[in-house]
Structure formats: C-alpha cells, structure tokens
Write a protein that binds this ligand. Structure first.
Ligand code: ADP
Length: 228
C-alpha cells in the first residue's frame, strides 16, 4: 500500500523569550493511503500540534513531514497552501466556519480558492450529502453545533481530499449527532478511500479506526493495530 504521510524524527519546540517548550519530541510514523488512524492522549500532550504539522497547517522545528510524497519542510507558504488545497481536508473541533458567510458560502470558499467552475451547485450537493441542503442560506450562528460540524465536514470534503484530519470531530456534539458525523467520516473512507486521521478522547471512536497511536508529554508511547 502507498504511504500518504510519513513523519521522521519530528519535533516541535515553541519559544517565547528565552524559554522554550518541547511539545513534540522525535515522532516517527507513516500512514498507508486509505487507512484509518486515531491519535489519543491526555490534554496538553501535543495531539492538536501533531495534527497541524501533519496537515501542513504548521511547521516542524526539526525532522521531516512528507505528505503524498512531498516534503513539507522546505516549502513556501504558497506551496504549502497548494499542497493542502490539493490533498488535505481538516475538521476543527470548534468548526471554524466564517461567521459572515452562509453555510453554502462557507462550503464554496475552498472550491473558489481552487479556481473551480460551477461551485454553487457543487457546494449544494455537498451540503445535501451531509443532510443540510435546506439550511444552505443559514449563517453559522443560526445553526446548532451539530449542523455547524456537518457544514465543516461538507467544506472539508469539497476538495475530495486524499487525507482528512479531524480534531475531536465529536467533541462538541450530542450522542445522536455524533453518530451521524462519524458515519459520514467512515463512509468517506470506504467510498472514496480517503485516509482518516482523528484526534479523539472518545475511545469507542478510536476503537473503530484500524490503528491507535498514543502520545504523552509529546512522545509517542504506543502504536497499535486494532482488531477490526
Ligand atoms: P493537545 O491537543 O494534546 O491537548 P496541544 O497540541 O494543543 O495538546 O498542546 C500541547 C502543548 O503545547 C500545550 O502545553 C500547549 O499549551 C502548548 N502549545 C500549543 N500551541 C502553542 C503555541 N502556539 N505556543 C506555545 N505553546 C503552545
């Protein structure tokens, strides 16, 4: 199986004045394309930072991150954005929808950025897929948390990503909505072969992915395959 993401000796150090904080320390793993994986660990252990580095939203202090065969380290901001637009979907815990745009317009943004045509009907199709076509003209504040998360899923699906990163995708959702969102994620993996990388506190959700990586204090402490 092809490797979609490869991390070698990745560290992240935040510096503030003359103090430095090592948030990730010598992380190594690679992810086969089409697979599903969870990253679990206590709060503050570096999970969100790790996800950001893998997705090209942030840069490692040392080590290499290669996404779809492209080393992200030496890329300019524009090149990094191009790699993200081409291969990556990202779902944030707090949704990060643009408040001044409707649900439909939020989903249209990445399509517009990619210079695609017929973006309105495509964005509507995506909203339909997550069951929100009727809410397309609502603004984020007019939507429930679960609805906002589904808009953010539609937005993340819009570039048909090869790899989708989700930071606590069910963290802010009630049980029923959480089941719907998780189904959408695993359907995408099955139907489109999209690689899923989830950060989650939900061990039941983690148990549904093929592999669980645990981190603690910025170090990878275990890397296990699930029996599914
Ligand atoms: P987790 O997702 O496991 O809760 P995070 O990756 O959010 O952990 O944070 C790991 C550590 O890095 C925390 O101690 C946090 O305070 C610190 N941290 C995260 N982002 C920054 C930043 N931009 N500057 C300085 N420290 C940060």
């Amino acid at each position: 199986m092809d490797t979609i993401l490869d991390l070698q000796q990745v560290s992240k150090i935040y510096k503030s004045g003359n103090r430095s904080l090592t948030v990730l320390d010598d992380i190594n793993f690679s992810i086969p394309a089409g697979s599903t994986m969870s990253i679990v660990g206590p709060s503050g252990s570096g999970k969100t930072t790790l996800l950001g580095l893998c997705a090209g939203l942030d840069r490692a202090t040392s080590g290499t991150v290669a996404l779809h065969g492209t080393r992200l380290n030496g890329l300019s901001e524009d090149q990094l954005a191009a790699v993200r637009n081409q291969y990556v979907g990202f779902i944030f815990q707090n949704f990060q929808l643009l408040p001044t745009l409707t649900a439909l317009e939020n989903v249209m943004v990445p399509l517009e950025l990619r210079g695609e045509k017929n973006i309105r009907p495509r964005a509507l199709d995506l909203l339909d897929k997550v069951g929100l076509a009727e809410r397309s003209h609502h603004y984020p504040t007019q939507l429930s948390g679960g609805e906002q998360q589904r808009v953010s899923l539609a937005r993340a699906f819009s570039n048909e990503p090869r790899i989708l990163f989700a930071d606590e995708p069910t963290g802010n959702l009630d049980a029923d909505t959480s089941v719907k969102v998780v189904k959408l994620l695993f359907d995408l993996n099955k139907e489109a072969g999209t690689t899923l990388v989830l950060v989650t506190h939900d061990l039941e959700l983690a148990a549904r992915t093929q592999r669980i990586v645990r981190i603690k204090g910025g170090k990878l402490t275990s890397d296990e395959l699930n029996n599914i």
